[in-house]
Design a protein around this ligand. Structure first.
Ligand code: BYC
Length: 322
């Protein structure tokens, strides 16, 4: 049975079908707006919470160069969070609401950031696998139908590819090192492989949002399509490291022209999503604490902005003329 859509919904869907971007002031179905707020805010929270497991290694990076690179990477994640919170605000939400939803555990963030980073090799595995998974997902989102989200993604993807390479470089160095370093490298890959596959979300058959999000072109590829692309990519790259992916069922399938892979522990995934992963409590506590301790910074910034409103500004070009 085909359902008749009201005229403005037809016009909206037509716009999506002919690849015209939806902009903040355009009419949009309430459910489209809500889906975007849910996804973009979850994405923003992931960037900010994602700073925690890596920030944990800044003071322990093995050299000044590695420390500088890691600081730059963690700073980039903060920037990504800001672009995304701003994109979310164009949909009529406030920053305060969005952040409160994270702190009250109402909003989700990526399951991956609830796992601990135990050794320096984890910085490599996070960069290679977690950022690698994030890029595949985000390259697709550069073509998402909502203009502000798509534009934020273009810039994020450029930075993200640097992140992935820095991770791979850490693992490559370890993989060419001593026996202990090689062992650290394999151990980190073993621990991060399966949680990285979970980042793409539940199987398509279990995914509640995919069908509608594909129709609206918010998503351009399904969870399973992206996951398969990721497995195919990593199964090749891991050879350069002389390491293995911890999956006995991983093998090339000449018929499908893809790698087959083993069954994901979906119970573990849902358990982490529901708040019971190894680090969920710790992550939320760290975010709440940072928010409380940053109160004075927000107050000072607001007072400064207020003061600038009343104070006469230096005329434009005054500096150039001087
Ligand atoms: N973790 O219907 P589905 C990064 C939820 S990378 C937690 O398939 P959808 C970074 C989902 O929200 C990570 N929850 O959902 C990298 C839904 O529940 P609700 C962030 C998950 O939205 C390195 C339910 O499960 N990237 O930021 O169509 C360093 C059913 O799922 C997860 C993004 O957020 C998960 N892994 O598809 C620093 C990308 N997966 O909300 C930072 C943008 C699913 O209905 N997001 N759920 O209660 C997306 O592309 C999509 O939201 C997803 C899920 C592919 C993740």
């Amino acid at each position: 049975m085909s359902m008749q859509l009201p005229d403005h919904e037809n016009t909206f869907q037509h716009k999506i079908d002919v690849e015209i971007k939806v902009e903040p002031k355009d009419w949009m179905p309430e459910a489209y707006r809500k889906t975007l707020v849910r996804q973009i805010s979850q994405h923003a929270h992931s960037e900010i919470v994602g700073m925690l497991p890596e920030g944990n290694w800044i003071s322990r990076a093995p050299s000044l160069k590695r420390k500088a690179i890691l600081i730059a990477k963690v700073q980039d994640e903060a920037g990504h969070g800001l672009y995304l919170y701003s994109a979310c605000e164009t949909l009529g939400t406030t920053r305060e609401e969005t952040i409160n939803d994270l702190h009250s555990a109402k909003a989700k963030y990526s399951s991956i950031f609830n796992y601990p980073t135990l050794t320096w090799a984890d910085m490599g595995a996070v960069g290679w696998l977690v950022d690698g998974a994030a890029i595949l997902n985000q390259v697709m989102l550069c073509r998402t139908s909502y203009g502000p989200y798509a534009r934020a993604m273009v810039r994020i993807c450029k930075e993200e590819s640097f992140h992935q390479r820095q991770g791979f470089d850490i693992l490559l160095t370890l993989s060419r090192g001593t026996a202990v370093q090689k062992e650290m490298c394999q151990d980190a890959i073993n621990r991060w492989w399966w949680p990285s596959l979970m980042m793409f979300g539940p199987k398509d058959s279990e995914s509640t949002n995919t069908d509608q999000s594909m129709k609206w072109k918010i998503k351009r590829k399904t969870n399973d399509e992206l996951r398969q692309q990721f497995v195919d990519m990593c199964a090749e790259q891991v050879r350069i490291l002389n390491m293995i992916l911890p999956d006995k069922d991983l093998k090339w399938n000449a018929t499908t022209q893809h790698y087959d892979f083993g069954e994901i522990e979906w119970n573990e995934f849902w358990n982490v999503v529901k708040g019971n992963g190894p680090c969920n409590k710790q992550r939320l506590e760290a975010r709440r604490k940072a928010h409380e301790e940053g109160e004075w910074v927000r107050e000072a910034a607001a007072a400064y902005a207020e003061k600038r409103k009343t104070k006469p500004q230096t005329p434009k070009g005054a500096l150039a003329a001087a």
